[in-house]
Write a protein that binds this ligand. Structure first.
Ligand SMILES: Cc1cc2nc3c(=O)[nH]c(=O)nc-3n(C[C@H](O)[C@H](O)[C@H](O)COP(=O)(O)OP(=O)(O)OC[C@H]3O[C@@H](n4cnc5c(N)ncnc54)[C@H](O)[C@@H]3O)c2cc1C
Length: 511
């Protein structure tokens, strides 16, 4: 068996690894402990005044410094440059693209981050056209699933009558991987995806697990619905976070509340970026005249008078009239702001919860499903959660992708990196002995381990929509915010573009 190519997390640049902010070790910090207290502490935290700063030599002068070379930062930079402003992008890691990340090895292209371009992603589609980046509808082809629940392999058609099915009443008919979508789709309190910020709906801003209990959902169904949740856990995530996604999915034409990756027959056509998702941010970065400075983590942002000073980990300083801060809120915990962020924003930064995601990509060496006569893909309440056989990638027998979300990925993250792959492989072989010797590891990647991103997706914890959702995107002086975490209407990649547009317009209105 060959060793996997490890692409586990961008290496943190010296100063940022385990950075100490306000005397708190951010590596070991409990979010709950700082939520609330953080805002006051941030407000009183000070760094030397701009004029007295000696380190770093003469600072560069720009109209706008953009922090983060993900889709959002790059799009904001494009828009501002188009208006004649002098713009530079600074990026902490050694590459552009952020959560669009394509792994390439031995003829296999692995999408480790975003890949599906929705039918109404107008801004993404426009960027592809402008920059000559192709889109195709020829995506990864998934294959049918077998369930492994309570240590028992069960065909989907046998689930309702299975003695491993401890759900109750009508729930028994719903396949475990459809439970969350089907239940929340039926309870959707609004149709318009902009409505999630309407105070009339704040009563839905409670723990999703509590929401389900209050509607009589059994504990067994809640446990199963939690398995592959794209959020930390049903206990922590707000039901409103789920409704926001559902309302947007409905706009795309979903009427059958199922998940397309399970072959459930939704008619929505998705597109994929030709050559790998990261081709788009690379083309965007190449078009920015002011350039993108890689390996340049921002560690402090100071504002005085009509200037913003951006301090980098390497001691360099940039001065500008405005800033677009397009780093995720999880990464903002490592950046010092002077003056400190306003209360709502500081609470949003320190209270932000991100859904962890870890993937393992394998080449299938022999069709193990022919040996055991079961469907190729697997959905399980075991540790590894999901394994998809993708039939049209990585050679004759396809690729196999293990994908853990939320608490499952976080538990794995707690293990030593060198133990994670062997643990997952042991679990796979225990679940389906036919997998022994059938998989060649190619890539693994943990988004939680990436210190500049911290997870796959921002979610609201119970009560946070009401507490700060409306105010968390407001400009802080000359610093304007963008990124997926500040989405209003759009999901995923398109939300990064939507929020970049808002930040760019805010700045243009001030000039
Ligand atoms: C596994 C996975 C699957 C996904 N699937 C899809 C999908 O199919 N369809 C879809 O539409 N969306 C999908 N998404 C979501 C989509 O990829 C993201 O919403 C989008 O790429 C976010 O862009 P962004 O610019 O807001 O943030 P990011 O891409 O996270 O960019 C932020 C950038 O800021 C940088 N940064 C952080 N801190 C600093 C600092 N101190 N100084 C300088 N730079 C800093 C980071 O390194 C990063 O490059 C997926 C995401 C993941 C992880």
């Amino acid at each position: 068996m060959r060793h996997a190519t490890m692409v586990n997390g961008d290496s943190p640049d010296g100063i940022l690894a385990g950075a100490v902010v306000m005397g708190i070790d951010t590596k070991n910090i409990s979010r709950r402990a700082v939520l609330g207290a953080s805002a006051l502490a941030l407000g009183s935290w000070t760094v030397p005044a701009l004029a007295k700063t000696k380190a770093g030599g003469t600072p560069d002068k720009w109209d706008v410094v953009v922090v983060g070379a993900g889709l959002s930062g790059l799009h904001a930079a494009e828009l501002l440059e188009q208006q004649g402003l002098k713009v530079v992008v600074v990026e902490a890691s050694d590459r552009v693209g952020g959560r669009l990340r394509t792994g390439r090895a031995e003829g296999y292209t692995a999408e480790l981050g975003g890949s599906e371009v929705g039918p109404y992603y107008g801004r993404i589609r426009d960027a592809c056209t402008r920059l000559n980046v192709g889109l195709t509808e020829d995506g990864a082809k998934s294959t049918p699933f077998v369930l492994d629940i309570g240590g028992k392999l069960i065909l989907p058609q046998d689930w309702a009558g299975s003695d491993a099915n401890h759900t109750e009443g009508k729930e028994r008919e719903i396949l475990p991987y459809l439970l969350q979508n089907r239940l929340f789709f039926d309870w959707l309190p609004f149709e318009d995806p902009a409505e999630w910020l309407n105070p009339d709906y704040f009563p839905h801003d409670v723990s999703a697990a509590e929401y389900m209990r209050a509607r009589g959902v059994s504990e067994a169904a809640i446990r199963l619905a939690d398995v592959d949740l794209n959020g930390p856990s049903l206990a922590s995530v707000s039901a409103m976070s789920i409704f926001r996604d559902m309302a947007r999915i409905k706009v795309e034409g979903y009427r059958d509340p199922t998940k397309p990756q399970y072959g459930a027959g939704n008619a929505v056509t998705r597109s994929y970026i030709v050559g790998g998702s990261d081709a788009l941010p690379r083309a965007m970065a190449a078009s920015i005249k002011g350039g993108v400075r890689l390996n340049s983590p921002v560690v402090a942002v100071e504002q005085a008078g009509d200037e913003v000073e951006t301090r980098l980990a390497n001691g360099k300083r940039l001065r500008s009239r405005f800033m677009v801060m397009a780093a995720p809120f999880s990464a903002l915990r490592r950046i010092r702001f002077n003056p400190g962020l306003p209360l709502a924003q500081a609470n949003a930064v320190f209270g932000a919860i991100y859904s962890a995601t870890t993937q393992f990509h394998f080449r299938v060496l022999k069709p193990f499903w022919e040996a055991d006569g079961l469907p190729p893909s697997i959905w399980t309440d075991r540790f590894f959660e999901r394994g998809f056989v993708i039939s049209n990638r990585a050679g004759d027998h396809g690729a196999f992708i293990v994908w853990l979300n939320g608490d499952g990925a976080t538990r794995l993250h707690a293990m030593k990196p060198e133990d994670q792959l062997s643990f997952v492989m042991r679990e796979l072989e225990e679940s389906r002995p036919s997998m022994k010797g059938a998989l060649q590891p190619l890539f693994n990647y943990s988004w939680e381990a990436n210190p500049f991103v911290g997870g796959n997706k921002h979610c609201f914890a119970a009560g946070q929509v009401k507490m700060f959702a409306k105010d968390m995107a407001l400009p802080h002086g000359r610093v304007h915010f963008s990124g997926e975490h500040l989405r209003r209407m759009e999901p995923g990649m398109e939300s990064a573009m939507e929020t970049a547009e808002i930040a760019a317009l805010e700045i243009l209105e001030k000039i």
